[in-house]
Design a protein around this ligand. Structure first.
Ligand code: GAL
Length: 651
């Protein structure tokens, strides 16, 4: 498949006289795609019902005439002021009960029916008009669901919707719901929290101390479902008017909604990759690592999301129906220079914009679009680089994009292949850990990411799969750490998989409604292991392994006669293996994690490498891609690689 480039463009920000020149320069640069429209509602409909689409017609025509293909965004992330005036209670409300104000973006509550109707209406207008337009070759719904902490809303409409959602979870006679079943499932006898009707249930906020974790977790499941519902309302309308593929642009480390669920209604999973912003803002790296990678970004964070969203793309209707070709995944926004929103905003090391682009392609991206075409001299993102400076002179990122465009012109095709290792990522588990971390700062995302990093240090390519995966054929190792609730179907599929399977810590530790099951966890078929007691550890008090390395953060004492693998220096088991399943009873540090990965690979008969710091590889069907994320030249099995260098080695 031919890989393509593009950019994000805001015709409404620039004089119309400039559009044709911009379009010609984009085409000259070698761009294929241009995404527009996703924040333009106030120009499309300045007053209720006063539709002004002629400018958008002309913008699409100008871009299309230059040979560009348009991705049209629905503008629902930025409802204009008049929408708020019409629906004053549509603003999302934070956990302290404060409405989130107008004046930036994403200020809507997913549960507000009136706002959802406004969205259906404006999406319908756009889909009807531009669905048949030959230049509009793809669509984007909304913009970055969940960004700026916008999934959870504690509004009145959310409370009403939560109550009816709960009735559906605990069905009774008619639409009444079975409140006794909810009380039993949640254990509401504790602290006299029993309800008499569903209408007594509030949202889990403003309680004196923590709310019932079952209640808090249910609210997170509900909130995620509201995002899926909101997105589906748009895709259903767009599909009535076009066969063009529909995408949404996800974010890095936004876990408040189940992306696999939204992905089932979309054709393309795309995401917005800001490596330097993320390093400072959400990777969770220590200060030394942040310094070492300040200008390159974390060597694993982008790759993790490429693999995650390739997995999300696997949920698309065509992918589920077994269409030919790999799942469709894109980078909808790629950082081209310094951003404006992280604690510090360094400039990329020369070559990194090119590296990030090739890395995305190596992980399966069809297209990479740079954000944005030209830096805006006004409003919130004045200090965010574009491919052009505000004076339209080419910025550094432009030259690197041009280099990739030249390379793509005569590049070998990148063929896809199945990775030897699968890692399950479960949003529901992330909510469960968030609701009950049991130790300050502990998160499911961080646990999974630590496993992913270790796999990458060992040079392994990874497929990230949803917890609904049942077919693991082709994967030699499957990792499913930290899934606090596991369906019986997943347990059975893993127990029957022809692969080395890693579970724990905290696997199958809760039933569907957040109660500790008896027999005690993990109660795994064929594995003699019971978590007898667990403790979380102060950061400065890790438990030392007998082979070097340590257990940090989380440790479970096992009752087990299964074969021990890694042990503490006291002799207590940390991993136990029975047949093809290994249970890990702690959160291992880097050294411990490397030992665990080496053991799993040895058991599975696959080669584990030990890559130099900051060097990462990704295997495709015909090639091994090497990426040097460091500021030094590094000697590798593929030869010397310059800082920010990319090497394509035939396999
Ligand atoms: C993204 C967002 C864009 C822009 C960009 C700046 O999260 O989708 O609209 O704000 O960040 O880095």
């Amino acid at each position: 498949m031919k890989r393509t480039l593009g950019c994000c463009y805001y015709p409404e920000h620039w004089p119309e006289a400039q559009w044709a020149d911009d379009a010609a320069r984009m085409a000259d640069l070698g761009l294929t795609w241009v995404r527009i429209g996703e924040f333009a509602w106030s120009r499309i409909e300045p007053e209720p019902g006063d539709l002004r689409l002629e400018w958008l017609d002309r913008a699409i025509e100008t871009l299309g005439a230059a040979g560009l293909r348009v991705v049209l965004g629905t503008p629902t992330a930025t409802p204009p002021r008049w929408v708020i005036d019409k629906h004053p209670d549509m603003l999302a409300v934070d956990a302290k009960g404060r409405p989130r104000g107008f004046g930036s973006r994403r200020h809507y509550c997913f549960s507000h029916e009136g706002y959802l109707d406004e969205c259906r209406r404006i999406v319908g207008v756009l889909a009807q008009r531009y669905g048949p337009n030959p230049h509009v070759a793809a669509w984007q719904t909304d913009n970055e669901y969940g960004c700026h902490d916008t999934v959870l809303s504690y509004s009145g409409p959310a409370r009403q919707a939560f109550r009816s959602w709960l009735r559906g979870q605990f069905p009774g006679q008619g639409n009444a719901g079975d409140i006794d079943a909810l009380n039993r499932a949640w254990g509401n006898v504790f602290w006299s929290m029993e309800y008499r009707t569903f209408d007594e249930i509030d949202l889990p906020a403003l309680t004196v101390t923590e709310p019932n974790p079952a209640h808090a977790h249910a609210f997170r499941r509900f909130s995620s479902d509201q995002v899926t519902r909101f997105n589906r309302a748009q895709t259903e309308i767009i599909r009535q008017h076009t066969d063009a593929p529909i995408a949404h642009n996800y974010m890095g480390r936004v876990t408040e909604f189940d992306h696999f669920a939204t992905g089932a209604d979309l054709d393309i999973a795309s995401w917005d990759s800001y490596p330097l912003g993320f390093l400072e803002d959400r990777v969770g790296a220590d200060p030394a690592r942040q310094r070492a990678y300040a200008h390159q970004g974390d060597p694993d964070f982008q790759a993790f999301h490429h693999d995650l969203y390739r997995g999300v793309a696997g949920m698309a209707p065509q992918a589920r129906e077994g269409a030919d070709g790999p799942p469709r995944f894109w980078v909808m926004e790629q950082q081209p220079g310094p951003v404006n929103w992280a604690p510090y905003n360094p400039a990329p090391l020369h070559g990194m914009v090119r590296l990030w682009t090739w890395e995305a392609f190596a992980h399966g991206a069809e297209a990479v679009l740079y954000f944005r075409w030209r830096q805006a001299p006004f409003a919130q993102e004045q200090l965010h680089a574009g491919l052009l400076r505000p004076d339209s002179v080419e910025a550094d990122g432009f030259h690197e994009a041009a280099e990739v465009a030249r390379e793509l012109a005569d590049a070998r095709e990148i063929s896809a292949t199945q990775a030897p290792v699968a890692l399950i990522f479960d949003y529901d588990a992330d909510w469960a850990w968030t609701v009950q971390p049991q130790g300050q700062g502990l998160s499911y995302f961080a646990l999974v990411f630590d496993h992913y990093r270790a796999l990458r240090r060992a040079g392994l390519s990874v497929d990230i799969l949803p917890p609904t995966a049942r077919d693991f054929s082709g994967h030699r190792v499957v990792l499913a750490p930290g899934l606090m609730h596991m369906s019986d179907a997943l347990k059975t599929a893993l127990a029957e998989a022809d692969a080395q399977v890693l579970i724990g810590p905290r696997s199958a530790a809760r039933d569907a409604h957040f109660t500790i099951p008896v027999p005690l966890p993990p109660a795994w078929p064929g594995l003699d292991a019971t978590v007898a007691r667990l403790e979380t550890l102060r950061p400065d008090m890790p438990r030392v392994l007998s082979t070097g390395g340590a257990v940090q953060h989380w440790f479970e004492e096992l009752e087990s006669d299964a074969e021990p693998g890694l042990t503490l220096d006291t002799g207590a088991p940390v991993t136990v293996t029975s047949g093809q399943v290994t249970y890990c009873a702690g959160w291992l540090d880097e050294d411990g994690m490397d030992q665990l990965v080496a053991r799993l690979c040895a058991q599975a008969g696959i080669e584990a490498l030990s890559l130099p710091e900051g060097v990462r590889i990704r295997d495709t069907g015909a090639e091994r891609f090497w990426f040097n994320h460091t500021t030094e030249t590094v000697d590798t099995a593929a030869g010397r690689i310059e800082p920010a260098g990319v090497v394509r080695q035939p396999r």
